[in-house]
Ligand binder design. Sequence first.
Ligand code: NAD
Ligand code: DAU
Length: 379
Amino acid sequence: MKTYLVTGAAGFIGANYLKYILARHSDVRVVVLDLLTYAGYLGTIASDIDNDRCFFVKGDICDRGLIDSLFAEYRFDVVVNFAAESHVDRSIDNPQLFLQTNILGTQCLLDAARTAWVMGRDEQGYPTWRAGVRFHQVSTDEVYGSLGPTGYFTEQTPLCPHSPYSASKTSADHIVCAYRDTYHMPVSITRCSNNYGPYQFPEKLIPLVINNILESKKLPVYGKGENVRDWLYVDDHCKAIDMVVTQGAPGCIYNVGGHNERQNITIVKIIIDTVRQLMTDEPAYRSLLKKPVKGADGQTDISWINYDLITFVKDRLGHDQRYGIDPTKIGEELGWQPDTPFEVGIVKTVRWYLDHHDWVEAVSGSDYQLYYEKMYGGR
Ligand code: NAD
Ligand code: DAU
């Protein structure tokens, strides 16, 4: 039995990863550490916490005393660090919190792991490590900066972040590599492109657009909507992390992405079409509309769910133009490839949000309404 510390697993990708590994590895037990910030919701993982193979601890990755006590109690073999402030727009508003959580939090976890896992020294003075331990950092393609119309990010692309968020994630990556190079710590890093799927907080583009349609709100597209993101279904990211943690060589870095680049405006149009189609095929979904209006046929009208809902708003400051991942290395070395084509994943995702509108309402309380007003009110 291996024991994992998984941080940030009450958030979007961490929760999907928790479900993924609990379902696939009966010989793994997991301690979830999450501060339950606005982005963390315990309800998402409530059914996974059984106090037998999965335990939950509410706490901060910056709290060294707490982390040390968890290492002493559970004797972790693996740390997978998802915990982060993850939203670029919020980082433009409040950079300091991003540096605190994403950089100092990662360093706190690394150092606690070093204290717990070092067994002795080799003849050159490098630490020797308990067998089988691994520190995995969940990073992002945003560390590479922005691409022009051609080319891809490889693992050799120089790091060149632009937003406070991506700069903080880059710093964290550098610190992880510093522990690898200075202490020979067995670390790994994955740098993934934009994820989509169940349980993503509604501040992010795809759930925001779905939710706004249900609320009959305009769909805010930054700038001209021509920025390109490379979308990957969240389970394919979870599979990649699992493969890297269990099969990747210590010290390795892998890019993760499925060559699915789309302009933002295309994504928004696909969501509009998908919502309208699902409500046509299954009229019961129309009951989710906040402001239903009856059509001539007596049914709730959905003809207004069209591209006229799109509104172009003031651009994000420093908005990266294009991300595009070259995933050759993880494919060739570990045999990873994505399972979910975008056309399938996006319908699955829109349907999930319609089927789980209670989840959206539970996570988007009054704080989210205030955030939305502040972020989009004068835009
Ligand atoms: P998220 O914002 O949905 O979840 C973050 C989680 O971390 C939340 O549960 C939150 O409560 C927790 N958290 C925040 N600060 C904490 C702290 N100080 N201590 C403990 N827990 C804390 O984020 P996400 O989209 O699931 O992203 C997870 C990780 O994956 C992040 O590191 C992010 O940089 C990275 N990533 C995200 C994407 C994406 O498309 N969303 C793509 C590539 C990489
Ligand atoms: O690339 C990986 C990154 O993807 C992760 O590291 C981040 O944690 C994650 O949040 C995501 O960052 P983005 O900034 O790309 O995601 P977001 O959903 O915020 O925006 C996607 C694109 O859509 C981006 O170009 C900005 C644009 N956008 C976003 C919002 C919220 C809009 O046009 N309108 C919006 O209202």
